[in-house]
Design a protein around this ligand. Structure first.
Ligand code: GTP
Ligand code: MG
Length: 145
């Protein structure tokens, strides 16, 4: 079994606007991903540019940053065995039209940009993304019974 790890998940502004926060969190818990940090914020464009810096220069970068700063979003620290890959699988492919049936993006996404959720794609990006939004003292510990 993969070692327990942490990943950064976000519910993007389109997910908030659609009123599916609870549906998405249900998918997270059903996948045995434990939420150990959570916050809601309305990101400034400059904050999004820093977060998605890896995509700087791509044709969709400006649109992506405008979208992600268009309304509130939720950032979460998810913890579990193989959390990074697990959450990516639960999210589904970037384009909701190509995402497998039953995935979050297939069920709640609108298009390749407004795709409801974000997830770190590697241990390195998870480390960067978690520290981008959370201080160590904002991450909690508890046991599921
Ligand atoms: P994230 O979990 O949000 O990082 O998605 P991802 O890892 O599945 O995709 P990627 O990192 O390649 O792209 C980051 C985000 O940019 C996507 O989730 C989309 O919101 C947006 N995006 C990606 N490709 C396109 C595109 O071709 N057009 C547009 N408009 N947006 C895109
Ligand atoms: Mg990505």
């Amino acid at each position: 079994m993969a070692a327990a790890e942490r990943t950064l998940a976000m519910i993007k502004p389109d997910g908030i606007e659609k009123g599916v926060i609870g549906d998405i969190i249900k998918r997270i818990e059903d996948a045995s991903l434990k939420i150990v940090g959570i916050k809601m914020h309305h990101l400034k464009k400059s904050q999004v540019e820093g977060f998605y810096a890896v995509h700087k220069g791509k044709p969709f970068f400006n649109a992506l940053c405008a979208f992600m700063s268009s309304g509130p979003s939720i950032a979460m620290v998810l913890e579990g065995d193989g959390a990074i890959a697990n959450w990516r699988e639960v999210m589904g492919a970037t384009d909701p039209d190509k995402a497998a049936p039953g995935t979050v993006r297939s069920d709640f996404g609108t298009n390749v940009e407004r795709n409801a959720v974000h997830g770190s794609d590697s241990p390195e990006t998870a480390k960067f993304e978690l520290s981008y939004f959370f201080d160590d003292n904002e991450i909690v510990t508890y046991e599921w019974v």
